[in-house]
Design a protein around this ligand. Structure first.
Ligand SMILES: NC(=O)c1ccc[n+]([C@@H]2O[C@H](COP(=O)([O-])OP(=O)(O)OC[C@H]3O[C@@H](n4cnc5c(N)ncnc54)[C@H](OP(=O)(O)O)[C@@H]3O)[C@@H](O)[C@H]2O)c1
Length: 280
């Protein structure tokens, strides 16, 4: 029997960690794409404590750098010929204007451009698997603002519109994947996990500020275990969720800019040009 393989980005904290801990009996092998190898090693130990028969590989991948994504994809392709399920989960909220090493606005680079490149590079392996599943952890924040040119290097910075546009990009990517590859069996789902108490947005403010903000918002947040259920529902029911966007586990109609097909086309085409690739 062929080994079933899960690849996940951002598994070392929050939703990603909550998700993989629940999937130790679903896949034979889990590839942890991490930027912090020590956190990856600790997570590997935790996963093996839950299932000693699981195979776990750590692959270094900084999802804010295109070269790191290329290297990680090459490492994976050298080792494996298929991936059953790819979960694009890693993401950031940046409260100040920051540029990636490639010169892109950091949230757009980390949440959208690098996951797009990773998905493009690993898609042949996904299509070569039995399950053929891609999950994109998007967000209800996709409704915050319509996409706007210049897409990847905006002149003005706002944490809210910047994050919202990167998550709208995630949604467009999932829609594009579904349109292009569902007839060949690909099952794509975009997920909004709800407001979840994680480390998101905490890394670039002081601990005091972060604690204050999160204490204020605490009543609105669900736990990591609860938030992860949204991703897990899609992973475990690929046919039910294929081609859909789900909010907190419920298949939900996409609203506002999420339906701007013309803008999606322009945005995806600009992405392909920027990354110098022919198609997703
Ligand atoms: N929390 C929410 O309420 C919420 C709501 C809607 C959508 N989401 C989405 O859920 C996803 C997971 O976020 P979370 O809330 O679980 O946040 P989190 O606790 O901060 O976890 C984010 C994960 O992404 C990784 N990551 C960040 N930047 C990276 C980079 N440059 N290269 C590689 N990995 C990187 C982090 O690695 P380290 O461990 O090394 O930091 C961590 O594993 C994100 O896509 C986010 O947009 C979250």
């Amino acid at each position: 029997m062929t080994e079933s393989i899960l690849a996940i980005t951002g598994p070392t904290s929050g939703l990603g960690r909550g998700t993989v801990l629940e999937l130790v009996d679903t896949f034979d092998r889990i590839l942890l794409l991490c930027r912090n190898l020590e956190k990856g090693a600790r997570l590997k130990d935790d996963l093996l404590d839950l299932n000693a028969n699981l195979s776990v590989d750590i692959v270094w991948c900084d999802l804010s750098e295109l070269s790191s994504v290329n290297d990680a994809a090459k490492t994976i392709k050298d080792r494996y010929d298929h991936i059953d399920c790819l979960i694009n989960n890693a993401g950031i909220v940046s409260t100040s204007k920051q540029e990636s090493v490639d010169g892109y606005e950091l949230m757009m680079a980390t949440n959208y451009l690098c996951p797009f490149l990773l998905t493009h590079l690993l898609l042949p392996l996904v299509m070569n698997s039995e399950r053929k599943q891609v999950i994109v952890v998007s967000s209800g924040a996709y409704k915050f603002a319509p996409m706007k040119q210049p897409f990847f290097k905006p002149k003005r910075f706002s944490p809210i519109t910047g994050y919202g546009r990167s998550k709208l990009g995630n949604l467009y990517m999932a829609q594009e994947l579904h349109e292009k590859y569902s007839r060949q069996g690909l099952k794509t789902t975009a997920v909004h996990p709800g407001m979840v108490s994680t480390n998101l947005g905490k890394s670039n403010v002081s601990k005091k500020v972060a604690d204050g903000i999160f204490k204020l918002l605490d009543p609105f947040f669900v736990t990591v275990e609860e938030g992860a259920q949204s991703v897990l529902a899609a992973v475990k029911n690929p046919d039910t969720y294929a081609g859909f966007y789900s909010e907190e586990g419920k298949i939900t109609v996409v609203k506002k800019h999420g339906n701007d097909v013309e803008m999606r086309r322009a945005f995806i085409d600009a992405t392909l040009e920027e990354l110098d690739i022919q198609s997703l």
